[in-house]
Design a protein around this ligand. Structure first.
Ligand code: ARG
Length: 460
């Protein structure tokens, strides 16, 4: 008993292991909706082209509708012998409506069919991902606005650098995500091209109307070249690249959240519902969500490498290698969606420990640059000012006093231009408020940036 779809030229059945080895139905069945949708559009187009009658078309649409319901109810019997989602559905259709089912595949190949299904599937998933990025960004704007005045130490080299506002810090994350959003939009644009009509590789002899199928399926254009249409998977690679960069950004956020929740930083509290405990250490509350997001980046980077390697050196046109595109792509999709969902839920619930952040900003001479700028305003050259402040810091380390804690006499011993107004610039509030320009950390700039961000999201 050879395969009912392509067994004509075969003299013996497929080896049982080979059948399992070459089958993809276990993982490509998740594209059943796209497969059915594509087949319905194809049938409508074949009718317009005079290949199918209207009755045949209606039987096909009805049959596929029933199959869809069976799949959704879990009643559909997937068969590994039928290899993939496409042949499973086609065989079921033929079983249901008879000979007409066998006409559906006219002018079509699984090669253009599968490429179409993946693109439809990915397009829908990208839309969901875009929504989740927006939801996460919305959450960031909310917290940034609330914490526009909250002061924390800013770091370079993870050493205290200058005071910043917590809102400003969160808006840095917002910007990273804005670029990620743009990358997924770009990816969607190149994904939304229709392979159908390319057939196996060279096109088809039937009078097909690709523009019609294209419109029915919501693609922006039919693929220009049939050989390219059935064979390339660069859109899937592009998706994994955009996903990798997004997750790279999310690992940076994760790392900071992990640091900030530690007793040593003590900058934020993550509500209990986003944490888990230890089975041995009763005191523990672990930031599992950011840790796991940090870890999950690895699998998505891996999928990017898998797909690049999969496509490397493949001659035109379709090769069976391409069946290996699905598991990495699907896992990348699932992983990205999971990470985004966890973060979008968690971010609005961050509880900053303002006193502790402020305390930390008061340590580490975070206003040293402000003192240097003050000296410059009083006529000292910047390099000399740098030296003077460096000496004051050395004195502070010795005396265990931050700059703001020194008396005027103590400060004035390093430069005679220092007078009582120096204390205005040595406060944390003075320091952040002075960085008052687009992109700066001043609270009013943070509020303005939040407003611009809101506008940007509203225009999406
Ligand atoms: N299951 C196949 C895939 O995922 C569908 C296309 C197979 N085409 C073929 N001629 N074997 O790529």
């Amino acid at each position: 008993n050879t395969n009912q779809q392509w067994g004509g030229r075969f003299n013996e059945p497929t080896d049982a292991f080979v059948a399992r080895f070459t089958a993809s139905v276990e993982f490509d069945q998740r594209m059943y909706l796209q497969d059915i949708r594509g087949s319905i559009a194809h049938a409508k187009m074949l009718t317009k082209a005079g290949v199918l009658t209207e009755d045949e078309r209606d039987d096909i649409i009805r049959g596929l509708g029933e199959i869809r319901i069976e799949i959704e109810r879990g009643e559909f019997e997937w068969s590994v012998a039928l290899e993939d989602v496409h042949m499973n559905i086609e065989a079921a259709l033929t079983k249901k409506i008879g000979i007409t089912g066998k006409k559906l595949h006219t002018g079509r190949s699984r090669n253009d069919q599968v490429a179409t299904d993946i693109r439809l599937y990915l397009r829908d998933e990208v839309d969901l991902i875009l929504e989740e990025i927006t939801r996460l960004q919305q959450g960031l704007l909310g917290v940034a606005e609330r914490e526009a005045d909250t002061i924390m130490p800013g770091f370079t080299h993870l050493q205290t650098a200058q005071p910043v506002t917590f809102g400003h810090h969160l808006l840095a994350w917002f910007e990273m995500l804005s670029r990620d959003y743009g990358r997924f939009v770009d990816c969607r644009e190149r994904t939304n091209i229709m392979p159908l009509g390319a057939a196996a590789l060279a096109g088809t002899t039937y009078p097909i109307e690709r523009d019609m199928t294209c419109e029915l399926l919501g693609f922006s254009a039919p693929a220009e070249n049939s050989l390219d249409a059935v064979s390339d998977r660069d859109f899937a690679i592009e998706f994994c690249a955009a996903s990798s960069i997004l997750l790279m950004h999310m690992t940076r956020m994760s790392e900071e959240l992990v640091l900030w929740t530690s007793a040593q930083f003590n900058f934020i509290n993550l509500p209990d519902r986003f944490c888990t405990g230890s089975s041995i250490m009763p005191q523990k509350k672990n930031p599992d969500v950011p840790e796991l997001v940090r870890g999950k980046s690895g699998r998505v980077y891996g999928h990017l490498m898998s797909l690049l390697t999969l496509m490397k050196s493949q001659p035109l046109a379709y090769n069976k290698d391409n069946q290996e595109d699905k598991e990495p792509l699907f896992d990348a999709i699932d992983t990205v969606k999971g990470c985004l969902r966890a973060f979008a839920d968690m971010i609005p619930a961050l509880e900053p420990k303002k006193e502790s952040m402020r305390e930390a900003a008061l340590r580490g001479f975070s206003t040293a640059t402000d003192l240097a700028d003050y000296l410059v305003r009083k006529g000292v050259a910047f390099r000399d000012a740098h030296e003077i402040v460096g000496k004051s810091v050395a004195y502070g380390i010795e005396q265990n006093k931050d700059l703001g804690e020194m008396t005027l006499d103590e400060l004035a011993q390093f430069s005679d231009v220092i007078t009582a107004d120096v204390f205005d610039v040595l406060t944390l509030e003075g320091s952040v408020a002075a960085r008052d320009h687009i992109g700066g950390t001043a609270p009013n700039q943070v509020r303005a940036a939040v407003a611009r961000g809101e506008k940007k999201l509203a225009e999406r």
